[in-house]
Design a protein around this ligand. Structure first.
Ligand code: MN
Length: 285
């Protein structure tokens, strides 16, 4: 299944280039009172709601996906976990370019672990990236984004994929500079997910997916997730060894080589095999 969120908090099922409104499912989600529980209620109930999603979609008249405003498929992650350098060719380019490392120490993921991005940085494709510091360099990073489907506490890598609800194309936008990663990657709109969530059963092995990114049609990044240093199961094992992952939490797996700046007016297209293409405009905040 390909599940999207669109327009004014609607839930949709994507088939081909059409989206079927399944927002009637909102009635099936809990009506919370303060304090709100952490985690994403839709992702938490995805497997039980899947048949109803299909049924609701059958009742609706589809509209072209290009005619809707796509929101982030995950609305309420408690954490956006991100891998630092996790492709060896990207490690080489960062180490050799002062504009990328800015004198900060670049360490392998074995020593570095993972970091967090602010959940407030999250947007969908329709919102676009808004540069907050146009005078500073902001780079694109295409990444496979893994959506956790159930509570995961100290999960061994052998069982890790059982905890995955699905996958999305992710953009980990980054302001270059000397500050901590978590700050430079947490600006409003600097995390883009979409175009929709593809459930894990449709993806199979996340360790052999082509990923690519273009800016204004020009190729910038192209690789395959088989080149990940820490693959998806290992990242889930690592992250869940430190903290419990909740339904809707997202793990961004790191970007391959080819990172480069974007400016106001650019159009980014990020594609991952089986997951679709995230089309994002770059503007100014
Ligand atoms: Mn990244």
């Amino acid at each position: 299944m390909r599940i999207c969120r669109f327009d004014d908090r609607k839930i949709g099922l994507v088939k081909g280039d059409q989206v079927y409104d399944a927002s009637v499912l909102l009635e099936r989600l809990p009506n919370f009172r303060w304090p709100l529980p952490l985690g994403d209620a839709l992702i938490d109930r995805l497997s039980e709601l899947a048949p109803q999603l299909e049924a609701a979609a059958r009742e609706s008249t589809p509209v072209p996906i290009d005619s809707v405003e796509l929101l982030s498929p995950v609305a309420n992650p408690s954490k956006i976990v991100a891998a630092p350098v996790n492709y060896s060719k990207h490690m080489q380019e960062v180490v050799s370019d002062a504009d990328l490392h800015h004198g900060t120490e670049v360490r392998p993921i074995e020593r570095m672990g993972v970091f967090l991005k602010a959940v407030s940085s999250l947007v969908g494709a329709g919102h676009g990236v808004k540069l907050r510091f146009p005078e500073r360099r902001t780079d694109h990073e295409v990444e496979l984004a893994v959506v956790i489907g159930k509570r995961a506490d100290r999960v061994p890598r052998q069982r890790a994929l059982e905890y995955v609800a699905g996958y999305m194309v992710g953009l980990d936008m980054t302001v270059r500079g000397s500050e901590e990663r978590s700050l430079r990657k947490s600006l409003d709109s600097y995390t883009v997910f979409g175009p929709w969530l593809t459930t894990a059963d449709e993806v199979g092995d996340p360790g052999n997916l082509d990923l690519a990114l273009t800016v204004n049609g020009e190729a910038r990044q192209a690789s395959n997730t088989r080149h990940l240093i820490f693959d998806v199961p290992k990242l889930i094992e690592l992250a869940s060894s430190f903290y419990t992952l909740l339904p809707g939490d997202v793990i961004m797996t790191g970007t391959p080589e080819g990172v480069a700046p974007v400016v106001h007016g650019d159009r980014i297209e990020a594609t991952i095999e089986k997951l679709g293409t995230l089309k994002v405009e770059v503007g100014t905040a």
